[in-house]
Design a protein around this ligand. Structure first.
Ligand code: ASP
Length: 340
């Protein structure tokens, strides 16, 4: 269908929304041995095949299908993020488009969701989804996840809520969602804060909203960003070599997120290196490998570190990358971690 024919059709069917489905790959587009849920290749089916598998999609929305890339989500890069965000920002200015669905591998879906939550400049719904079973498995979960996502993206109730994730009938906030299972289909959760709501037969039921600033209200604009600075996540465990911190900075990291133990803690040996790095102007964020709770300031770890709030290390890295496009000052970066 052309844009003109969609517009003409909508005049007679004003209630059917137009949803852009932007596909990036992942297991939802994966293929392997018939019936098997493992040992498959992600990113094999194209966007039209995915939409066709989501039986009923064409009855609930006009779908505008766009293939952004077709990769395993572990190969998603900042360039993909910028391309996605720019595509959404541009398409969102088209009054015909009511909302967006992004199909994405589940491994890094939570990172992309948070990035988009911080940079897209639209109140139109933006919904990410994926699958734990490839399209060739027995009972793949992708078609239902995609159908529910298209329904949510086309719903006026979903406007202005920030970027969302639909998975296994749950609606999650892009900031708080995390992958919590390596193989089960109920693979996402928002830990302490719970889901935003449920999708039941294409109808959204909302209960919760995050109070954190998102989308049109943030200070980040992808038009001002040519390249995202590199940052690294350093994972602390007993006897972890503090030399990794210097190695990461020498390898080009402009900031470090520490996945600390407990409330963002690490050994005296790491503390010495962290304080030295922070004093040399490398922003360091303390976060936790635990997956729940928040980090508060602790004098024992030096004065000019950033505390990562309740963000998982990989999400703290997303925000630190964006923060570094604006400032190196840990005090200002801290205000962003408090706000977003
Ligand atoms: N490795 C896959 C990916 O993230 C896993 C998935 O999509 O579930 O692309």
């Amino acid at each position: 269908m052309t844009i003109d024919s969609i517009s003409a059709f909508r005049e007679v069917n004003p209630k059917l929304p137009t949803v852009a489905v932007l596909a990036t790959g992942g297991t939802i587009a994966g293929a392997g041995s018939l019936g098997k849920a493992t040992n498959y290749r992600p990113g094999q089916l194209d966007v039209n095949a995915l939409v066709d598998m989501a039986e009923g999609a064409h009855d609930i929305a006009y779908v505008r299908a766009v293939q952004i890339c077709n990769v395993n989500s572990d190969d998603i890069t900042a360039d993909h993020w910028l391309a996605l965000a720019r595509t959404i920002n541009e398409m969102a200015t088209d009054p015909v488009i009511d909302g967006f669905v992004i199909t994405h591998g589940t491994d890094t879906l939570d990172e992309t969701a948070y990035f988009l939550n911080l940079v897209v400049k639209t109140e139109k719904p933006v919904v990410l989804t994926g699958a734990m079973r490839p399209a060739t498995a027995t009972s793949p979960d992708g078609p239902m996840n995609l159908l529910q996502s298209i329904a949510l993206a086309g719903s006026p109730q979903a406007r202005g809520r920030g970027v969302m994730v639909v998975f296994s009938d749950g609606i999650f906030g892009g900031r708080d969602v995390r992958k919590i299972s390596t193989f089960q289909t109920d693979a996402f959760s928002a830990s302490d804060f719970g889901c935003m709501g449920y999708m039941i037969d294409g109808v959204p039921h909302f209960y919760n909203a995050s109070s954190k600033v998102h989308t049109i209200a943030t200070e980040f604009n992808v038009n001002d960003i040519d390249e995202l600075p590199n940052v690294a996540v350093a994972y602390f465990a007993i006897d972890a070599n503090p030399g990794i911190l210097d190695f990461l900075v020498k390898s080009g990291a402009r900031g470090i997120v520490i996945a600390g133990a407990g409330s963002g803690c690490y050994s005296k040996a790491w503390n010495e290196r962290v304080i030295a790095l922070a004093s040399s102007g490398v922003p360091v964020v303390r976060s936790s490998r635990i997956g729940a709770g928040m980090i508060t300031h602790d004098d024992a770890y030096g004065g000019n570190l950033v505390t990562g709030n309740d963000l998982a290390p990989q999400k703290a890295a997303v925000l630190l990358r964006l923060a570094l496009t604006r400032t190196n000052d840990p005090a200002l970066i801290q205000t962003m971690f408090d706000r977003y």
